[in-house]
Design a protein around this ligand. Structure first.
Ligand code: PXG
Length: 467
């Protein structure tokens, strides 16, 4: 046994967890029966659990630990900031050096003239801010009917009432009276599952033009904004066809609706550039940021707005009656600044763009040759495979999600965290992952796929179903 001595035995921690801790996105009965895996330490791309087992974290936590675990510089900065100014608010005419410096740094990094940030503690809060912000923007311009926000099915924008309504996750909308009014959803650019006989480029145009039809259906005088992730993350790493974003941009420009790029996952290097908007040539009016802004070391997010929007708030919007106790929290801001310094000085994003990203891409695409894999897609340091019982027909499984879950469990048992979204397997490793760690990741992924295929055959799961 290799117990970590400064923790109680695993079973005891699991029992206490089961008794007192309610987990996000979990079936409590199922989880309690199994016991949650207790993670106690992490360094680089590796996690250690309470039994001393090492696991390669190919999800960077929850898509957020971009600079990897164990960077003591961030701990030192947090400690120093807590001693100097642990908290002060940014309401009522006050500010502080850390939030000033961070806002200025974000303005330098963010696309185009997105130069002003409204801070939140998470992506969910920032997207809730966006709803009120774009509606108040149009009201301030004398167009109070422009309130509807168009979003996409299977998009993910957070878990609060507003942000979960922006999201297009059917299972989320089924609980708690969602979506709130004034939000509509169009089809996603998910060619593999929904593109049928069309080419990806044709399908990209078709799904983009759905935005124009929706604007016309609602009446442009009623539409405030369109929100989308440059690459859908939680929906299953859905990389849109090349035709998609240019057409979306054209439509937003032509109809003068605001374009919100939700960069919570794609921001801070994930796609090989600072922002997904850079990678896809998007010119957003607002971006949502969180996760990689602090590499997850502190909870912080924000809405970064263009000069055009900022001018309206500076000149005619009056009070914006909105804010969070921890908007621009000094410790979170200091940690985020240090994280941005590390990302820049260590050329982490350039390395993803020029070296490790292409290296992963070459190996990942070869997974498409595996008998269980219908498609392998990749961009920067994020990737997905589609598991299929009939890979050449892009067929789904009759028992949707069962094989993905088996694969996820094999990965876990083999020391790899790779997530499943239904029957898609996805990775989003820390951006600092090295080529030899990528080799190890691939080795474990292939081993897990082989075991999954064997299990799926034995269990009679290799049966195609209907889309
Ligand atoms: N926008 C996007 C694009 C996200 O991916 C949020 C907003 C919300 O951020 P917060 O910080 O409020 O969680 C996210 C979060 C998953 C998963 O299962 C993904 C997220 C969160 C939880 C689970 O992949 N993304």
């Amino acid at each position: 046994m290799n117990h970590i001595t400064n923790h109680p035995p695993t079973a005891e921690m699991q029992a206490t967890d089961a008794a007192h801790h309610m987990h996000p996105f979990s079936d409590t009965a199922e989880l309690n029966a199994k016991g949650a895996r207790v993670i106690t330490r992490a360094n680089g791309v590796m996690l250690t659990d309470s039994e001393g087992v090492e696991i390669l974290d190919a999800m960077a936590g929850l898509w957020c630990v971009n600079i990897g675990y164990g960077r003591s510089e961030l701990a030192d900065i947090a400690s120093r900031q807590m001693r100097e100014l642990p908290y002060y608010n940014t309401f009522f005419g006050t500010t502080h050096p850390q939030v000033i410096n961070l806002a200025a740094r974000i303005a330098e990094l963010a696309p185009g003239d997105l130069n002003r940030t409204f801070f939140a503690c998470s992506g969910s809060e920032a997207n809730d801010t966006n709803i009120r912000l774009v509606r108040h923007y149009w009201a301030s311009l004398g167009k109070p009917s422009k309130t509807t926000i168009i979003s996409r099915k299977n998009g993910y924008h957070g878990s609060a009432m507003g942000s979960a309504s922006l999201g297009g996750m059917a299972a989320m909308h089924a609980q708690g009276g969602l979506p709130i009014p004034g939000i509509t959803h169009i089809d996603q650019p998910y060619w593999y599952a929904e593109g049928g006989e069309m080419s990806p480029d044709e399908f990209g145009l078709k799904t983009a033009r759905a935005l124009e039809f929706e604007i016309e259906r609602l009446g442009v005088e009623n539409v405030a904004a369109f929100i989308a992730e440059p690459v859908q993350g939680a929906g299953g790493v859905i990389v849109p066809p090349a035709t998609y974003w240019p057409e979306i941009q054209r439509i937003c420009d032509a109809h003068e609706i605001l374009l919100i790029a939700d960069e919570v996952i794609t921001g801070f290097g994930r796609t090989g550039n600072w922002f997904g908007s850079d990678t896809f040539g998007i010119r957003p009016d607002i971006i949502t940021i969180a996760k990689g802004l602090s590499s997850g070391y502190q909870p912080i997010g924000g809405s970064v707005i263009s000069e055009k929007i900022a001018a309206v708030f500076a000149e005619k919007a009056g009070d914006f009656n909105h804010g969070y106790t921890y908007s621009g929290h000094p410790v979170a801001a200091a940690v985020a600044l240090e994280n941005l310094r590390i990302l820049e000085e260590e050329k982490i994003i350039e390395t993803v763009r020029d070296e490790t990203g292409p290296y992963l891409g070459n190996l990942w695409r070869q997974l498409a040759d595996h008998p269980l894999v219908g498609e392998a897609r990749h961009i920067g340091m994020v990737a997905a495979i589609e598991l299929s019982p009939d890979k050449f027909a892009r067929a789904p499984f009759r028992d949707a999600g069962a094989v993905g879950l088996i694969c996820r469990d094999h990965c876990f048992a083999n020391g790899l965290i790779m997530r499943h979204v239904g029957d898609k397997m996805i990775i989003s490793p820390p951006l600092v992952i090295t080529k030899s760690e990528i080799d190890r990741l691939m080795e474990l992924a292939v081993k897990s796929l082989d075991q999954t295929l064997a299990d799926a055959k034995t269990a009679g799961l290799m049966v195609p179903g209907q889309r």
